[in-house]
Design a binder for this molecule. Structure first.
Ligand SMILES: [Mn+2]
Length: 338
């Protein structure tokens, strides 16, 4: 098997150093905490749980966590192996008893939530990530900006540690791979992604079941919210913009959080005539967050930047105090200048 292309952009010694540090943890009987970022998704949770289970296979005392209280695991990820081992921040061992913190898919210190207490106390930290914007809070870092998912890096490290790929590990890693590639639909899906997917399915990752749970399962409330958003859907033909919004009250009525609006954006952006999709999401403080998606012809990152936000060419966002009708007018004005 040839080396995956994303390895080209990783500091040459970084993976060896990470593997060496974990071997040291094994040899010295160290205590390790493995952390996901707050509001965990499939990549950070799948990657952290795979690392945790891998460490356990090596005989390391490992504890996985998410630095928020209450610790909420999305329903679609609740069945992942290792989830029962997750400890909330209050139940974690004190810094003096922890030798190493490993973070997975955590691009910035604040995304660690309450786990930052370990950093503040000077606990050694190994960062495993694939964000180009990673802010360098670790003592040792393996950052792979061209990897589609952090789980690819976790897999590489576990492989070099000779941890056998079993069904549980494969299931966790697969959750990250399908999440961050949009079930292999995003442009970050390359041969190395598909090769890893093949290995994970061969090792027992329940492919169809996971896709169904992660992408094709919605609560009734989420569907009702979608109905509200779609009833309000509007189209601006000259700039090929589809847009809608959902109010804070409508979210509350369904007992849903802002993350439920990701599904709304995914459906709205599928409109065949749309080059750009825009959804205004109500922030808890009464302001709005604008989410922009492009089909590829228009750089929505540039538009979001003009409006005080940022992001990528295909997906971007910004915050605003304008109400949805006014913010749509702003977006349309910017699109007319493109
Ligand atoms: Mn990720």
């Amino acid at each position: 098997m040839s080396a995956p292309p994303w390895l080209d952009d990783v500091e040459p010694d970084a993976i060896d150093a990470a593997v060496g540090r974990i071997r040291q943890a094994v040899a010295a009987g160290e205590r390790v905490v493995v952390a996901s970022h707050v509001s965990p998704d499939g990549d950070t949770l799948g990657g952290a749980l795979a690392m945790h289970l891998g460490l356990q296979r090596l005989g390391v005392r490992s504890t996985p966590t998410v630095g928020e209280t209450p610790l909420k695991v999305p329903a679609a990820l609740a069945e992942l192996p290792g989830v029962p081992d997750l400890l909330p921040p209050a139940a974690l061992p004190p810094p003096a008893e922890v030798d190493l913190l490993i973070t997975v898919d955590v691009a910035s210190r604040e995304r660690l939530g309450r786990v930052t207490t370990y950093l503040d106390a000077g606990v050694a930290c190994l960062v495993i990530d694939h964000h180009a914007s990673a802010d360098g809070f670790g003592d040792l870092e393996v950052i792979a900006p061209r990897a589609a998912a952090a789980v690819q890096v976790v897999d590489e490290i576990l492989r070099r540690l000779d941890v056998p790929l079993d069904r549980d590990l494969a299931t966790c890693l697969y959750a990250g791979l399908v999440t961050d590639t949009g079930r292999f639909g995003h442009t970050n899906t390359d041969g190395s992604v598909m090769q890893l997917a093949g290995r994970l399915i061969d090792a027992g990752a329940p492919h169809a079941e996971m896709i169904s749970r992660l992408f094709d399962t919605r609560s009734l409330g989420e569907l009702q919210l979608l109905a509200v958003a779609l009833a309000r859907l509007a189209f601006v033909p000259d700039v090929a913009l589809v847009h809608t919004h959902v109010t804070h009250r409508e979210l509350e009525e369904q007992g849903l959080g802002l993350e439920a609006l990701e599904a709304v954006i995914d459906v709205v952006r599928s409109a065949d005539l749309a080059e750009v999709a825009f959804v205004a999401k109500p922030a808890p403080d009464g302001t709005w967050r604008g989410s922009l998606r492009s089909r590829g012809r228009i750089d929505v990152g540039a538009i979001a930047t003009q409006l005080g936000g940022g992001g990528h060419a295909m997906a971007a966002g910004f915050s605003t105090t304008l109400d949805p009708a006014d913010v749509v007018a702003e977006v349309v004005a910017r699109l007319r200048e493109v």
